[in-house]
Structures are given as C-alpha cells and as structure tokens.
Ligand binder design. Structure first.
Ligand SMILES: Nc1nc2c(ncn2[C@@H]2O[C@H](COP(=O)(O)OP(=O)(O)OP(=O)(O)O)[C@@H](O)[C@H]2O)c(=O)[nH]1
Length: 181
C-alpha cells in the first residue's frame, strides 16, 4: 500500500471523492480541512456542508485554515491515524494571504517559499498514511491578472515538489483517475 498519495485534479474533477475512496477501508481517518470557513459566503458554506455530510461519522475533522496548523498535524497525526488533507490549493491561498504576497513583494514571496519548504519537509517526514488533495490549475488559459498568474505558478511548483515526496500520484480528469506514479 502507498504511504503518501497525491491526488491532483481540476475543479469538480472528483478529486476529493477519489481521495476519500482511497481511505474508505480505513477507520478512523483524520480529515484535515485547509479551507477557511466564511459564513458570509453561502455557496461555499453549502459546499462544505455537503462534504461534512458525506464523511463517515467516525472520521475526525481538524480545521486547519491557519496554514501552520497543517504542519503541526503532519508532525503529530492524532492517534497516528491516516490523514486526508483537502486541499493544498486552499492551503496555499491562506499562505499567500497571510504573507501579503499577492503583489509579489519579494519579502512576502520569501515567506511563502519558506512555508512551502516547511510543508514539503513535513510531508516527507510524516509517519502516518497520508492522502493529499491538490488542484491542477495550469492547464487552462494564462490568467489575466498578476495574482492569478502568481497562484498558478506557485501551485504548479508546489504540486511538483509534493509529487517528488509522494510514492503514488493520481490525476483526476472528468471523475476518472489517471495514475501518474
Ligand atoms: N473548513 C472546512 N472546509 C472543508 C470541510 N470539508 C471540506 N472542506 C473544503 O472543501 C473544499 C473542497 O470543495 P469541493 O467543492 O469538493 O472542491 P472541487 O475542487 O470543486 O471539487 P472536486 O474536484 O470534485 O473535489 C476543500 O478545500 C476542503 O478544505 C470542513 O469540514 N471544513
């Protein structure tokens, strides 16, 4: 069995469901949610509620909207249980927000880079079975905004580094898994 799996895919590709399926026979699982809740955003709140409703009752959820929280969970997985991290694109959004990096300030970008290094290191040394979900956003047209291009580039680089430290890598396209490693 793979120890570290990276599940990539575009929006609505079915990557979360695929990742959940990989751990369906395992119980309990710690689900690490990296997105930040925003009560003013009804659509996002409903999406999260759908996720919560479809997870087995026995799974534990860790709210890791603070990017550093993910590192802490990877270093000390609760009860050594398998971890499902959903997802690295929202984790990166939080890092870019917190660093104030959207305008490409060099110091802010250095902080982003340091956080990415620390994350990759924490994934490499994580002792628990680990399934990481991340978005593949590099296949469409070049984003019109500087911030859009920054996000696309930073996420593409992060995904490549995560793939290096995972023993299994899968790309979801139209709900179908394509095994890359
Ligand atoms: N804060 C929080 N976020 C959650 C929770 N459950 C799921 N999420 C977030 O929901 C997001 C996934 O939403 P989806 O709508 O499935 O993503 P998608 O990319 O459009 O669709 P798929 O590719 O099909 O997975 C991830 O960023 C998760 O962090 C939760 O309990 N709390």
């Amino acid at each position: 069995m793979a120890h570290r799996t990276l599940v990539l895919g575009g929006a609505r590709s079915g990557k979360s469901a695929h990742a959940e399926g990989l751990l369906a026979e395992t119980d309990p699982v710690t689900y690490v949610a990296t997105s930040r809740r925003d009560p003013s955003d009804r659509e996002w709140t409903e999406r999260i509620a759908e996720h919560v409703a479809r997870r087995p009752d026995t799974w534990r959820t860790v709210e890791a909207g603070d990017p550093g929280e993910l590192r802490r969970v990877l270093a000390e997985p609760p009860d050594g249980s398998p971890l499902l991290v959903d997802d690295l694109a929202t984790w990166l959004t939080g890092v870019l927000d917190d660093a104030g990096a959207w305008d490409r300030d060099p110091d802010a970008l250095r902080r982003v880079s340091a956080d990415a290094d620390a994350l990759v290191g924490a994934v490499r040394t994580c002792r628990a079975r680990l399934v990481l979900v991340s978005a593949e956003v590099g296949l469409g047209i070049v984003p019109a905004t500087r911030s859009g291009r920054l996000f696309r580039d930073e996420l593409g680089a992060l995904n490549a580094r995560l793939a290096e430290v995972c023993d299994e890598v899968v790309l979801l396209v139209a709900g179908l898994p394509l095994r890359l490693r």
